[in-house]
Structure formats: C-alpha cells, structure tokens
Design a binder for this molecule. Sequence first.
Ligand code: ATP
Ligand code: ZN
Ligand code: MG
Length: 300
Amino acid sequence: MPVSLLDRLFAAGLLIDTGVDGLYGRSGKFEEVITRFEALIDRFGGADNPEAIRFPPGMNRAHFEGSGYMKSFPQLAGTVHSFCGCELDHVSLLQCLEEGKDWTGQQQATDIVLTPAACYPLYPTIAKRGALKEGGGLFDLQSYCFRHEPSKEPTRMQLFRMREYVRMGTPSEVMAFRQDWMERGTKLMEEVGLPFEIDVANDPFFGRAGRMYKNNQRSQNLKFELLIPVNADAGPTACMSFNYHQDHFGKTWGLATADGETAHTACVGFGLERIALALFKHHGLETEDWPEHVRRALWG
Ligand code: ATP
Ligand code: ZN
Ligand code: MG
C-alpha cells in the first residue's frame, strides 16, 4: 500500500501526530514556510494599507450567536465549556473520570466559542465604532480557526490558520476588491510555482434548508475558490476563497457606509496550512531542494 501524504508528513516531522485526526503539531520548518508565505501575502496586500487586527482563536459567544453561525453550520461549531461547580460537584466529576464515565456533561458553556473563520469577530467590532469613513474599510486578519470536521486528509484540519483581508463599503468597492484579489491570488500562486484553478463554490450549509442556500450562493457567484491538487485520491483542495457576503453582515450588525447605507462586505481567505502542504506536496519535503524561483519568491 502506498504511504499516505499524512504519514509522509509525520515521518518527515513536518506535522506531529496528537492522536486526534485534524489536530497536529507543526515543526519549525513547517512554520517557517507559513511565515515566509505570509510575508509574500504582505507584499501583495500591504500597499493598500489595511488596518491589521489580531483576535485570539476564541470569540464572544454573543457575537457568534448573532452571526447566525448555528443556523448555517451547526455541524462545524466548537464551544468552550468549563467546570463551574462547587466542591461536591468536583467530587462527582472526579468519580465520573475514575469510572471512565462521561464527565463533560457537568461542564457549562462559557462566554467564549472557538472562532470558525477569522473574519467573524471583525464585523461586530467595526460596527461598534460607528459608520465607516468615506471609501469604506480594509482589514488584515489572521487567526486560528476551529471546525469540527475530523479527517485523515492532512488538508482538512480541525484547528488551522486563516489569513484574511476583509473589505467593507459600497457594493462596487467590495466587488472591485474581490476581483483584484482573484487576480492577485493567481499571480501569487504562479510565483510559488503551484498549479491551480479558480472555480465557483458553496459553503456546506446544514440540512435540507441548506440546499437552497448552497444553490443560491453558486448561482449568484458569491463564493470562488482557488483550488490546488494536494491529496492523491480526492479532488483539488481549496487553498484560498473569495467571498462576497452582500449586505448579510452589514444588516446583521448595523454596519453603515459614510452615506448611511447598509455596508456590503467581502473577504479573501488564505488557508495557511493548506498552502504550506501544497508547497511541500509539489516541491518536496525539503525546502532546501525547492526550485530556485520558488525559494526566491519566499526567501527573497
Ligand atoms: P472546503 O470546501 O475545503 O471545506 P471551505 O469552503 O470550508 O473549504 P472557507 O470557509 O472558505 O473554506 O475558509 C477559508 C480558507 O480556509 C479555505 O480556502 C481553506 O484554505 C482554509 N480551510 C477551510 N477549512 C479548512 C480545514 N478544515 N483545514 C485547513 N484549512 C481549511
Ligand atoms: Zn471571511
Ligand atoms: Mg469547509
């Protein structure tokens, strides 16, 4: 049987097995590729002077609830629960542990949920500042994100990093931003020698009602993905996405343009681990042996 990509990555020490599918440690060399790739992203996006904001990988539960995430993607969400009991409750918790019984039912939801996409905490934060200035807003984000989608494919992790640019403003400002980034994404991947295609896509909206949202998202071209072949027995992997939310977040959070209209928003997301994996897959597990032009693009 051929050795899987995941096993090769484990053997090379690039990813470190934790015993849970989709939850991996990363080696210094893996991290260096991510750092270098982020510097390349900066070269493409930095001149627009985005406002950089870094949120931790957990977000305000009220903001998560307000975003409607549980309506669309309940299957992916992860919440943070803690023990909030008294000493007596502690005794029964320890007893459950001792007997190998479920002890987690005694945990209570905290005010924090795991961030499902880097941009979710941004919309309520910016709405709270008041209306956008003339010309709208542009933000640079990076966060660990959680999605409950355990998989043996190394490209589908449960905790991974997303780098994003988010644009807020009029429909034409936001659409121009997304168009720009589809062209930049193309140039960027060419610079690092990765094969790709760009295609229309949809999010995995839950259940029967979700089918309508998926069709709608596709027919209106609201989501595009930049796909790179990484896994042997599966289709190509989405390594970037280009999303137009129309006025969804604007309406949800009361986000307004300088003219008092409901703001439209778009985001472009880079899956940092997926891009690193694509680089290792196509150029080999030793970065020293990568083609000269690729090394130059990343290491300068
Ligand atoms: P997929 O269709 O493969 O599930 P997605 O449509 O869910 O991807 P987005 O929600 O657009 O992806 O997230 C933005 C980017 O984050 C993706 O383009 C991808 O590069 C990355 N990403 C998404 N899910 C994962 C995951 N489980 N592990 C690693 N990276 C991910
Ligand atoms: Zn986003
Ligand atoms: Mg997904």
